[in-house]
Design a protein around this ligand. Sequence first.
Ligand SMILES: Cc1ncc(COP(=O)(O)O)c(C=O)c1O
Length: 550
Amino acid sequence: MARRSEPAAGCTADDRGLVPQEHPWSPSILAAAVRVTRWRRDRCFKGGTGRTYGRQRTLGRSNPGRVHQANLGGYDALVDVHVSLVGRQGLAAEIYSQLRGAILDGRLRPNAALPPSRELARRLSVSRATVTVAYDRLAGEGFVTSRVGAGTYVSPDAANVAGAPAGAAGALQPRPLWAAIPTSTAFARRAEFDFRTGVPDAASFPYQTWRRLMTRELHSAAAGAGQPGDPAGERGLREAIARHVGISRGIRISADAVVVTNGTQQALDLLARVLLKPGDRVAVEDPGYRPAHLLLESLGMRVQGVPVDSEGLVAGAIPGDARAVYVTPSHQYPMGMTMSLPRRIALLAWAERHSAAIIEDDYDSEFRFGDRPVEPLHALDSTGRVIYTGSFSKTMLPALRLGFLAAPPSLHHALRAAKYVTDWHTSLPAQGALAGFIDEGRLARHIRKMRALYRVRHNKIVDTLARDFSASLALIPSSAGLHVSALAKTLSVDEVDAFAEAAATAGVAIQPLSMFAAAGRPVAGVALGYGAIAASSIDEGLRRLRLLLR
Ligand SMILES: Cc1ncc(COP(=O)(O)O)c(C=O)c1O
């Protein structure tokens, strides 16, 4: 197999040193697919990595010391569960799939009550958050409905959702690794007081302006001859993005460096396809952004959690064989601290020493409330090892699915090709509307307006935590973004999980930091987002939380 030092056909290894992974974008896609298949066969069926992809292992036969069995009284027809405790993720997925199976094969009928999450967690000896993840996933897929305070029930129309029974003989089955990868259920439950992270204030978005810009793009004159566009994105938008990040984030890139994507998630997907091959190790922050970790796992990467401390990612703990590091330096997700300058320098030096890539996710730092601007790592990089990803999910709306990456020239051909084979290009009308939104100054205006709103919410939460929660929570200093986090002073991880669950019952949605663990080292604490909650609701939401901590 060719080595990294040999660039792909059509790519040049420039002096900056980052070159694409050698196979997928050359004519040898088929050979690459065969290699991937072989690798997966080895990994899944020869037990090469010790991860739980094979069924036997999931059922605990290879790990008899950690098998849990539960017989749930009235539910025993349903949950005579043998679950392997290899990782929290696996356990939630197992609970999910067994309950789903029971719904699909009719053992759990429409409107039947599921056990309360606390009860099931106790019987299975798992944290309540683990059961909640399973329940939320079932709710997100329409199998159950949850009502705060009233419990969780099988949906009346679950049978329609179900379709063909999953276990039917001959039914098509996905590759086993997908059993451990959940779909997004973070927003399945509604909350009266919503402190969840990752959402902006959708009600404040200038819909009228966006509608006008979209309408302009949907005229036949704008649509041209109806041909597909440039996979890297329309020139006008790439220029607008380069100008925008130059001004707002202080990074100097040309339009040629930009690839327009369907959000950060697709930027990471393209980068992983181009830079990495199955089996490569990728370092991620722990705790960190789970959708990124899951994406990398789904592509067959070995995802290695690296601890973070008050200065951000501990650069000295990155494994020497990591091919890439995924990092959120401006506002660590979910802890919230900014990576210190010495750490940034150490991280850049590490990447250069190991010829590795740094993927910088700068997802929400346009919203900064301190005096000192939070500089992107990209601005410090003189070696061309940092690839910058940006998203319009926070500055605009996540529903638009718009984002971008900025990469060195050595990756351009491969990234354009990766975008082409993935989905050809991002929607042209949306690209045109976004270019107009930026060029007319609408984006800058919206950010300025939202920064003022978020600053009020940020300060309210920070002040209240310092004043009323000082016995139980230690705030992590943070002056940017859409959430803050706090470490529990006395509560354990499980107790914080139970606190978050009790808060949900009291109508307050918060996220325990344990949700973001990358390698089973959960942190005891909570993340509090303020994108979705009005300033006028913050006091009451926090008051309810305080009552629960008494
Ligand atoms: C760490 C992090 N990166 C990126 C994003 C945005 O992702 P996308 O652009 O795919 O919506 C989020 C949104 O919650 C996030 O929390």
